[in-house]
Structures are given as C-alpha cells and as structure tokens.
Design a protein around this ligand. Structure first.
Ligand code: S3P
Length: 187
C-alpha cells in the first residue's frame, strides 16, 4: 500500500446492479458523509439519462466525460462515491480514486447480478438478446480491474444493509488512527 494515500473518502466499484448506489447511501448515512453517484452527477450535468448519452454521443464520449468527473471528485472530502460499473476499467480512474478513497468492490455472481438487473431497463449495455451471456462476458473481462480494489465484498445472499455494515466496518478499520488500509482481501 502506497503511504502517500490519504483516505478521506469511500469509493464503491463493481459491476452493474451489485447495489453500489443503495449500499453507498446507507454507508454515507452511517458515516455521516455526503453521497455522490457518478452516473447521477453525469445525468444531472448533461440533463440526459445515461441511456440517451450512450445513444446520442456513444460510449467512448461517455467514458471521457466519466473520466473528468473522477478527477473532479478527487478534490472532495468525506463523501461516499458510488461509481458506474465500467468506471474502474480505466486504470487512470482507479489510480485517481485510490489517492483519496478506500476502494471497495461489491462482488456478485452473474446469476445474482441478472436477478437484480432483470427488471430494470435503464442500462444500455444490458440491452442484449442474451443479457446473462453479456453479463458473464463483461464480468470476465472486467474482473482483473475490479480485483484491484482494496477490499472485495460479496453481495451473495446478503441484504444491502448487511453489505453496508461490512463496508462501513472496513472503512473504519482502514482509517483508524495510524492505520493504513489492508491489502485486498476476499470475504
Ligand atoms: C455501465 C454501468 C452503469 C452506467 C452505464 C455503463 C457499465 O452504471 O455507468 O450504463 O459499463 O457497466 P451502474 O453500474 O450503476 O449500472
């Protein structure tokens, strides 16, 4: 762990529908932090839904915009940051988050993710004839990036409240006086 890190925020990364926003809100409440969701920030700045941004500007444009938001957030303090599922795939984004935040990845199986995502229609990358296959394929490609998080936390068979409790516990451990975040660990 790089000793230059100044952990003042908590960032949640992970695949779509792993509960980053719900867990992030709960964790922010528990810590007395503000809550920021990168997708919500993008939607409010652009006054467009993410699906419209993808359709009108394309994914590459969205990724560039997302990249700028990550830099902006690096100046924040005492915030819980829920990130879009593809944000951590760009190593520059992950490196930036790690300078100021404990990076926690929420982790679920493709089946759990699909069960959670199947009733939502707002995710452009899951508008696919075989969404479960698409989830498997994207997850396999992204896993090496997600595994760069400081901590990996499973969402399997757990309520969002339980996941949030563990996230908060890990954050408190990592930021306790004189302590540095531990190396990546699996639950
Ligand atoms: C994306 C995930 C979405 C959103 C966009 C792209 C991805 O966020 O940023 O649709 O590439 O996985 P959620 O993880 O909040 O669904």
């Amino acid at each position: 762990m790089n000793d230059d890190r100044q952990i003042r925020n908590l960032a949640l990364i992970g695949f779509m529908a792993t509960g980053k926003s719900s867990v992030g809100r709960l964790a922010a409440q528990a810590l007395g932090f503000a809550f920021v969701d990168t997708d919500e920030l993008i939607e409010s700045r652009l006054r467009k839904k993410i699906s419209e941004v993808f359709a009108q500007e394309g994914e590459a444009w969205f990724r560039e915009y997302e990249r700028n938001i990550v830099e902006e957030i690096s100046h924040y303090a005492r915030v819980v940051i829920a990130t879009g599922g593809g944000l951590a795939v760009n190593p520059a984004n992950l490196a930036s988050l790690k300078t100021h935040a404990l990076v926690v990845c929420l982790w679920g199986s493709p089946e759990t993710i699909w069960n959670r995502a199947r009733h939502a229609t707002h995710r452009p990358l899951l508008k696919d004839p075989d969404p479960l296959g698409k989830i498997r394929q994207l997850l396999a490609a992204r896993n090496p990036h997600y595994r760069q998080a400081d901590i990996l936390i499973s969402i399997e068979r757990r309520t969002m409240r339980k996941v949030s409790d563990q996230v908060v516990h890990e954050f408190r451990l990592a930021t306790a006086a004189g302590r540095r975040p531990a190396a990546a660990s699996t639950p």
